[in-house]
Design a protein around this ligand. Structure first.
Ligand SMILES: [Mn+2]
Length: 474
C-alpha cells in the first residue's frame, strides 16, 4: 500500500491544479479535508466538491467539465470502468463492484493485471485489508497524504475521525487493523488520545440523563426513550444531576460513579434477557482530540463525526469541511444547527415507521418511507429500526424513500455482523439486484444502498429475496 500511496502522492504533487471529489458523509468530508490540507501545504490550487454518489450522469458532467487532476476520495471504486480516460486518482475503501476486480484480491495473476490498469488507485480491498472494518476512505487518503509529506502525520486525527464516523470502531468497540496504525500516528503526534470509557453517545456534550434517554447502541431497557426513568435511575445511584445550576456531564464523573451507573445498566440488561454481547457494548475505546475544547462535541471522535454526518445528510459537506479545517465560529454554528434539526427529523421518521409497520418477507424485512422519510436519512432510520429491538434482527432490512433530487427510489439496506458472518453481502445484492431493474447500487457487506426507477420496488424486492436466500445458509 505504501508503494501505491507513494505513486499517487507523486502524481498529485506534480499536478498544477487538483479537483477533489468526495463522498458526502463524515468519512468523505474528512477524506476531502485531509487531501485539501495536504495539497494546500504543498502550495497547490485545490477545489472540493461533495456528491452523494458517483453515477453515470455525474461522470458525464465531470467529463464535460474543465478541471485539473481529479482526486476521488471515499468513492470511485465501483465506477472505475466508467472513469477510463479521465486524468484522475482514487483513494477509496468501498468494495470494487466489478466481479473480476474483486476476485483479483485472491489471485496473484489478476493482481498483476489489475495493477497495470491505467487509473492510479488505493483501496484496502486490493491489499487483503477489509475496507469495512480496518481502513476507511479517510484512512486510505491519509496514507497518501503521509507519503506527500511526513508533516501530514497530524492529519491522522481526521483519519481517526472518519473511521469512527464510518462505524469502523463499533465492532468490539475499538479501531483495528490499519486504522490502529493510523491511530498510533495520531497518539505519537499528540493529536489523538485513547482510553476506555462508556461507549454511549454524548458523554462529552450532553446532560447525563440525555445520554441514557437517547441511547440506541446498545438499547437500555426501561431507560432508552424514557426521560423520567433515566432521571430516577441516576438519582437512585446517587449521581448528582446538576452542579451550580449546570447539567453534570459523564466525563466529569468519578470512576466510582461511572462504575455504579455501568453496573446498574448491565444488571438491567441481563435481567431483561439481553445477550452478554450487548452488555459488553456499553464499554469501548474512545478517541479524544486534546487540541479541542473539553466538554464540546469536537473533543470526542464519536460526537464530532456525528456532527459531520449531519452536515453531509443535508448536502452541506462544505460546512463540515470548514469545521475540519479549523473553523470554530460561523461554520461550527451552522453544523450544530444542522445536527439539531437532524435529531428532530429522525424522531419523526421513526414515528412514521412505527405507524406504517415493518413488513416481514421470507428472507428480509422492509418498509417504504415514500416522501415521508428524506432519502438522505433513510439508511440511518433503517439502521435504527434494525437495532431497536422491535424487529427481528435475524432478517436484513431494506428501506425505500422517494429521492429528493432525482426521479426514482433511494434504497438502503442494513444487516448485522452475525448475518455477514453467515455470508450476507449487501453490496453485491444492491449492485446486482438494482441492475436487474435498471438502477445502480453498491456499498459495504453490512450496509449498502441503491437507486432504482419508480414502480420497480416489488420486482427489486423479489430479486433481493432470492439473492439473500442464495447467500445465506438458513
Ligand atoms: Mn467511507
Amino acid at each position: 500500500m505504501k508503494k501505491k500511496a507513494g505513486e499517487i502522492a507523486e502524481k498529485v504533487l506534480s499536478a498544477e491544479e487538483v479537483q477533489i471529489i468526495s463522498h458526502i458523509d463524515a468519512d468523505g468530508i474528512t477524506s476531502a479535508s485531509i487531501a485539501y490540507r495536504a495539497l494546500e501545504r504543498a502550495g497547490e490550487a485545490v477545489e472540493v466538491e461533495f456528491i452523494k454518489q458517483l453515477d453515470e450522469a455525474k461522470i458525464e458532467e465531470i467529463r464535460d467539465g474543465d478541471h485539473g487532476l481529479l482526486w476521488f476520495t471515499d468513492l470511485g471504486s465501483g465506477q472505475i470502468n466508467s472513469l477510463k480516460g479521465l486524468d484522475c486518482v482514487i483513494t477509496d475503501h468501498h468494495e470494487p463492484v466489478n466481479r473480476e476486480e474483486k476476485l483479483g484480491i485472491k489471485e496473484r495473476e489478476n493482481i498483476l493485471n489489475y495493477s497495470t490498469s491505467e487509473i492510479l488507485k488505493l483501496n484496502p480491498h486490493h491489499h487483503g485489508i477489509n475496507g469495512a472494518k480496518e481502513l476507511s476512505g479517510s484512512g486510505t487518503t491519509y496514507l497518501v497524504a503521509k507519503q506527500m509529506d511526513r508533516k501530514n502525520k497530524d492529519l491522522s486525527k481526521l483519519a481517526v475521525l472518519g473511521a469512527v464516523g464510518d462505524l469502523q470502531a463499533s465492532e468490539g468497540g475499538r479501531l483495528i487493523g490499519k486504522n490502529r496504525e493510523i491511530l498510533q500516528d495520531g497518539v505519537e503526534e499528540g493529536v489523538v488520545e485513547k482510553r476506555t470509557d462508556a461507549s454511549l453517545y454524548g458523554i462529552e456534550s450532553r446532560p447525563i440523563p440525555k445520554v441514557l434517554e437517547y441511547a440506541s447502541d446498545p438499547i437500555l431497557p426501561g431507560l432508552s426513550g424514557q426521560e423520567s426513568a433515566c432521571v430516577n435511575f441516576l438519582v437512585e445511584n446517587d449521581i448528582q444531576l446538576k452542579e451550580n445550576g449546570r447539567w453534570n456531564r459523564w466525563y466529569l464523573l468519578s470512576k466510582e460513579e461511572k462504575r455504579k451507573i455501568l453496573s446498574g445498566l448491565a444488571k438491567r440488561m441481563l435481567n431483561q434477557g439481553f445477550p452478554v454481547r450487548n452488555v459488553k457494548r456499553l464499554i469501548g475505546e474512545i478517541y479524544e482530540f486534546p487540541e479541542e475544547e473539553r466538554g464540546t462535541m469536537l473533543h470526542q471522535a464519536k460526537e464530532f463525526s456525528t456532527l459531520l454526518n449531519s452536515c453531509g445528510r443535508y448536502g452541506e459537506g462544505k460546512i463540515g469541511l470548514k469545521v475540519c479545517l479549523g473553523d470554530r465560529d460561523e461554520y461550527l454554528k451552522k453544523a450544530k444547527d444542522l445536527l439539531e434539526g437532524h435529531q428532530k427529523i429522525l424522531v419523526d421518521c421513526l414515528d412514521y415507521v412505527e405507524s406504517i409497520g415493518v413488513e416481514e418477507r421470507d428472507h428480509f424485512q422492509f418498509f417504504h418511507g415514500q416522501d415521508r422519510i428524506p432519502d438522505t436519512v433513510v439508511g440511518t432510520v433503517a439502521g435504527m429500526v434494525l437495532s431497536s429491538g422491535d424487529v427481528d434482527k435475524k432478517l436484513p432490512i431494506v428501506a425505500f424513500a422517494r429521492s429528493d433530487e432525482r426521479d426514482g427510489i433511494k434504497v438502503s439496506s442494513r444487516g448485522t455482523k452475525q448475518l455477514v458472518d453467515k455470508g450476507l453481502d449487501l453490496s453485491v445484492i444492491m449492485d446486482e439486484c438494482s441492475k436487474e431493474v435498471g438502477g445502480e447500487g453498491g456499498g459495504h457487506d453490512v450496509a449498502a444502498g441503491a437507486f432504482i426507477p419508480h414502480g420497480k420496488e416489488e420486482e427489486f424486492l423479489e430479486e433481493v429475496g432470492d439473492m439473500i436466500d442464495s447467500q445465506l445458509d438458513w
